[in-house]
Design a protein around this ligand. Structure first.
Ligand SMILES: [Zn+2]
Length: 62
């Protein structure tokens, strides 16, 4: 079972954590490392879309 994103074998594969159902007939398997990368990427996008007060303060200081 290889990750669709990085092509590395998925360690300790668990469908609950590693299987992303796209629609009824399609699903992809993603390793935990790529899930973490994906989350960081998403958080970065949300931070840009909805900057928190803390981020705004940091931005003003620098
Ligand atoms: Zn991966």
């Amino acid at each position: 079972m290889n990750c669709v994103l990085c092509q590395n074998p998925i360690r300790d594969y668990d469908p609950a954590f590693n299987r992303l159902q796209i629609d009824e007939s399609r699903a992809v398997d993603i390793c935990q490392e790529c899930v973490d990368r994906f989350l960081k990427w998403q958080q970065g996008k949300y931070a840009r879309l909805f900057p928190t007060n803390a981020a705004k303060r940091r931005f003003r200081k620098s």
